[in-house]
Ligand binder design. Structure first.
Ligand SMILES: Nc1ncnc2c1ncn2[C@@H]1O[C@H](COP(=O)(O)OP(=O)(O)OP(=O)(O)O)[C@@H](O)[C@H]1O
Ligand SMILES: [Mg+2]
Length: 377
């Protein structure tokens, strides 16, 4: 790679007026009926809402910590119980004390209302409320059984099996519907689609998380760092010369393609041994897009699934479809029709894998499985 090309690879993070939420003044984005539960901006107390009729005032003191269940680049996720009604939930705590000032906190808490609205969509992890405590943000949400990254790594690396295509079909249907809901109903673009942000519940649910407050905070923090762990980024997000009109849902479609290919094949689709960040970014921007074939990594895939993944991975943003077109794709249409029948099968499959993990002394909440982690920097 020559020097000029290195220079051309500029990491792009959104400016404040290019945030994840667009058109915030739209009545759809801010349903007035829910304004009453809006949390007080930049405060350490908030409203915890489990249903339209079950709403509590709360502070961090109302929560009992049951221990860590996960850790990401920006903080940790703990299992906690709300003492007033004994509801168990997942609490994501993002360290942002030195990054997010009071004005930014207020802007971020404005997303609270949109987040609560997302509870109407069954493909999105339920959001209960958020507070700032000592500068850190606590996001309270539904506790799911496992994230897709830990799940697939266990299946491929420990069980030496594959995730069946009917399960991949349901993961695809759930994620595309969730992304489409965020865009159409809440005017939100996700921007961080990856396996760790798709969560599974052993009752058979597949849900997307980490948009809105979490996403906005991570953007704010990322702006203060040189770079983050962004191997799922579309070429046009890495190199602005590829993009004409700023951020578009089609960048999330690319990340979905990378995610599906990783989860379906058990391997991150780019080589894992890059010498540097630049080499990795260069490959995404200058190299060919990964393509799924009918026989890949010793696994067979249907023509419809390959076609869906490869459609998401069209390198030119302008030729990559948006959700309305993706929802018409034969792979989605087929698995949408199957959904009511396979939901119990999905539940049994997830339970089975969780049971196997437990029998092997592996917790669904820790990162015991060493795996095909994409390079982070
Ligand atoms: N609602 C939840 N229910 C159950 N587990 C969760 C929930 N939210 C997050 N987790 C677990 O916590 C882990 C850490 O989540 P977090 O969002 O902080 O980081 P990440 O998505 O893994 O990575 P990154 O920080 O790079 O975005 C996840 O990988 C997941 O396993
Ligand atoms: Mg996450």
């Amino acid at each position: 790679m020559d020097k000029d090309n290195k220079k051309a690879l500029k990491l792009v993070f959104p400016s404040p007026n290019q945030s994840r939420t667009a058109h915030r003044s739209s009545p759809q984005a801010l349903p007035t009926s829910r304004d009453r539960v809006r949390a007080t901006a930049h405060s350490d107390s908030g409203k915890l809402q489990f249903s339209t009729s079950e709403i509590y005032d709360f502070t961090a003191d109302d929560l009992l910590d049951l221990g860590e269940i996960g850790r990401g680049g920006f903080g940790s996720v703990n299992k906690m119980i709300f003492k007033k009604n004994e509801k168990v939930m997942a609490v994501k705590r993002i360290r942002c004390s030195n990054v997010v000032d009071e004005r930014e906190q207020k802007r971020i808490m404005d997303l609270d209302v949109a987040m609560r609205s997302s509870n109407d969509c069954s493909y999105i992890v339920r959001f209960y409320g958020a507070i700032f405590k000592e500068g850190d943000c606590w996001i309270l949400m539904e506790l799911m059984s496992i994230s897709l990254d830990k799940f697939y790594k266990y299946v491929y690396e420990r069980q030496n099996q594959r995730i069946p295509e009917n399960i991949l079909g349901q993961i695809t249907v759930a994620t595309v519907h969730a992304l489409n809901y965020l865009k159409e109903k809440l005017k939100i673009i996700h921007r961080d689609v990856k396996p760790s942000n798709i969560l599974l519940h052993d009752r058979g649910d597949i849900k997307l998380c980490d948009f809105g407050i979490s996403g906005q905070l991570i953007d704010s923090i990322a702006k203060t760092k040189d770079a983050g762990c962004r191997p799922y980024m579309a070429p046009e997000r890495i190199d602005p010369e590829f993009s004409h009109k700023g951020y578009d849902v089609r960048s999330d479609v690319w990340s979905l393609g990378i995610t599906l290919m990783e989860v379906a094949t058990g391997k991150f689709p780019y080589p894992n041994k890059w010498a540097s960040v630049f080499e990795q970014l260069y490959q995404v921007v200058q190299g060919p897009a990964p393509q799924l074939t009918r026989h890949y990594n010793g696994i067979d895939f249907s023509e419809e699934f390959c076609s869906f993944v490869n459609t998401c991975l069209i390198k030119e943003e302008k030729n990559r479809p948006k959700y309305q077109t993706l929802l018409q794709h034969s792979f989605i249409q087929l698995h949408e029709k199957l959904q009511p029948y396979v939901h119990p099968e999905v539940s049994a499959y997830i339970q089975n894998v969780l049971e196997s993990m437990s029998n092997n002394g592996i917790s669904q909440f820790t990162t015991d499985v060493q795996g095909a982690n994409p390079v982070c920097w």
